[in-house]
Design a protein around this ligand. Structure first.
Ligand SMILES: [Zn+2]
Length: 340
């Protein structure tokens, strides 16, 4: 099969890879209907995260089950399935509490690399959720979005304790930030402040339910949120970037007693203890337990209540993965969908 391999910073090639096969009786092999490039793939792509030799890329996936191991019970060949970026058993105490990305048996899908024609998914029963049928083509991008960016934005909103009528601020206008706006809207937020300085992203944020746009960053961005909230700050803030600046902007944009849901993968973030102490902030976040939300998200997509696939503004054949990465790196594209 063909698959995307990162050889060195900014050197992505689609090459022949070995066909995956069942290794454990709990595995499934899926044929990817679509896959995509994640904002977090840009960290190794840019050389900010070290790459140890040629690495298969991709951790988002949706497709048709080809084959299952002898112990797989809940999915079968021919079904269309979606899973999260960590495989999980969905039975351990941590999974049962809703934190499947910290499953005691978790396995990173990123090490398998789903920017490819096929993928082996471990712990298939716990990881994969089947859709009610094989979807029409136009639903595939939205179902693929549920694999990570929608689930991550949704967890950001839940972790930020978004509630009906409350004011939410979203730091970050990548796919996750934009889908956090969608999630906050679905969860009934009264006011949603999207922080973005890019016109096409502002437009999508407004279509997803944002009521206000703040173009300033850092201290000026915080001041703008305070201005919009009677000087208090937002009830809920979703952080979807992962830098020192974005994290502090999120914490400072929340009112005392407010909640910050942080889902941007943190890189060199250090929190000042004393400021945190006096902020009265609730901090909750981490790698989103997307599996917790998948059944609900699939239902919303299947009934066309939401269309998260709109974050894909570039669709390319898998063979052009390199251009897909470049376009996101240069912020020419919000998110690239790859068709194997
Ligand atoms: Zn588990």
């Amino acid at each position: 099969m063909r698959g995307a391999i990162l050889h060195a910073p900014r050197d992505i090639r689609v090459e022949q890879r070995e066909d995956p096969k069942i290794e454990q009786p709990t595995d499934a092999i899926i044929q990817l209907a679509a896959t995509c490039v994640c904002g977090s793939d840009l960290w190794p792509y840019r050389g900010i995260e070290p790459v140890d030799g040629p690495a298969p890329m991709g951790h988002e996936y949706a497709g048709i089950v080809e084959e299952v191991g002898a112990e797989v019970r809940t999915v079968k060949p021919g079904q269309f399935v979606i899973g999260s970026f960590f495989a999980s058993d969905n039975t351990c105490e941590i999974c049962q509490a809703g934190y499947q990305t910290s499953c005691i048996h978790r396995q990173p899908i990123g090490a398998i690399g789903t920017q490819a024609e096929y993928a082996r998914i471990p712990l298939a029963d716990g990881t994969l959720v089947a859709t009610p049928g094989v979807p029409s083509d136009d639903l595939v991008p939205s179902l693929l979005a549920a694999s990570d960016v929608l689930g991550t934005g949704w967890f950001g909103a839940v972790a930020a304790d978004v509630r009906p009528g409350k004011t939410v601020a979203v730091v970050g206008d990548g796919a996750v930030g934009l889908l956090a706006v969608l999630a906050a809207n679905q969860l009934g937020a009264g006011r949603i402040i999207a922080m973005s300085r890019h016109k096409p992203r502002q437009k999508l944020a407004l279509e997803f339910g944002a009521t206000d746009i703040v173009t300033d960053r850092g201290d000026a961005g915080v001041a703008a949120v305070k201005d919009l909230t009677g000087g208090l700050g937002a009830h809920s803030v979703i952080e979807a970037v992962g830098t020192q600046e974005s994290m502090m902007q999120a914490i400072r944009s929340a009112r005392p007693g407010g909640h910050i849901g942080y889902v941007g993968v943190a890189h060199d973030v250090e929190l000042p203890g004393q400021e945190l102490f006096f902020s009265h902030a609730h901090l909750h976040g981490g790698p989103a337990p997307v599996r917790r939300f998948l059944p609900e998200l699939i239902e919303l997509i299947w009934t066309r209540a939401i269309e998260p696939g709109r974050v894909f503004d570039l669709t390319l054949p898998l063979d052009q993965a390199a251009e897909g990465y470049r376009a996101m790196d240069e912020r020419r594209a919000i998110k690239t969908l790859l068709r194997p």
